[in-house]
Design a protein around this ligand. Structure first.
Ligand code: LHQ
Length: 264
């Protein structure tokens, strides 16, 4: 896959997507957004890929929407209608991560702002460099969190802290992000890609369909009652139980050997 603002490479069952709009801290230009959608669609479909790492080139993970193109129209006095922009872009991109039928790990290499936070929060696990920093930023340009941040942020760190960060736009460092639960792990900068890849490789060797179904069940859980939840678990467990990996996992346990999962 060749792109203008993305570098995609595969190492066995692990694919790495690097956002490459580094001069703008990987701000989400229309090109980067649509290339991310294209890459996620094709990696999502590819059965050989069983885990994805999302990271950024340079000192940014992503600084959110690319504001560059707004100068001219705003100087002319134009008032935008942003819903169309969101519906065509982030509202399609973000579910491609949350609904990807395989784990997606954010290797947060540096600055994160605006919709960049949404992008990181959409991923299943976040490993951050000690050099990473996080700012919701939206309010500083008179906007509300978008690309799913109003959904993700309170769920990740609780309503009071989420609201504080959203209405102040304050920047927090990686240690604070870890304490709040915004990221899963913080590592030295030179360990970031290694640790993200190691986790991805470990997950890629696990029962991929079960991981996809766990993502689905957890995503649905917050809008269901306990009874509905357990009914959904029962339905999804039928799917999990029908996989080769379920049979392999049980037999390997009983035969006291290491399972060889295929993702099927
Ligand atoms: C950028 C950006 C950027 C372009 C850094 N765009 N160039 C938005 C709009 C419309 C519709 C609906 O949705 C949205 C969603 C959103 O995401 S809103 C939030 C958009 N993001 C921001 O407001 C963050 C803007 N950036 C910043 O506040 C700072 O750059 C942060 C705090 C992220 C990093 O600060 P520094 O580490 O001091 O870096 P810097 O400011 O020097 O940036 C480096 C370069 O990147 C610089 O370019 P230059 O040519 O001067 O070197 C920036 O202009 C450029 N850049 N973010 N979002």
């Amino acid at each position: 896959m060749t792109y203008e603002q993305l570098i995609v490479d595969a190492d066995g069952a692990v694919a790495t997507i690097r956002m490459d709009n580094a001069a703008k801290l990987n701000a989400l230009s229309p090109t980067l957004t649509s290339e991310l959608m294209d890459a996620l669609a094709s990696l999502g479909r590819d059965p050989a890929v069983r885990a994805i790492v999302l990271t950024g080139e340079g000192r940014g993970f992503s600084a959110g929407a690319d504001l560059g193109a707004l100068q001219e129209p705003y100087m002319r006095g134009e008032r935008p209608k942003l819903s169309g922009f969101l519906r065509a872009g982030y509202n399609k991109l973000i579910p491609m991560i949350t609904e990807a039928p395989k784990p997606v790990i954010a290797a947060v290499n540096g600055v994160v702002a605006g919709a960049g936070i949404s992008l990181a929060l959409a991923c299943d696990v976040r490993i951050a460099s000690e050099e990473a920093s996080f700012s919701t930023a939206f309010v500083k340009i008179g906007l509300i969190p978008d690309a799913g941040s109003c959904y993700f942020l309170p769920r990740a760190i609780g309503m009071p802290k989420a609201l504080e960060l959203a209405i102040t736009g304050d920047k927090i460092d990686a240690a604070t992000a870890l304490r709040l639960g915004l990221v899963n792990r913080v590592v030295p900068p030179d360990r970031l890609q290694v640790e993200a890849h190691e986790l991805a490789a470990r997950l890629a060797a696990m029962p991929t369909t079960a991981i996809a179904l766990i993502k689905k069940a957890f995503a649905a859980a917050s809008r269901l009652s306990l009874a509905e939840n357990m009914e959904l678990e029962a339905e999804l467990q039928d799917e999990a139980g029908a996989t080769d990996d379920h049979i392999e996992g049980v037999l390997a346990f009983l035969q006291k050997r290491t399972p060889d999962f295929t993702g099927r």
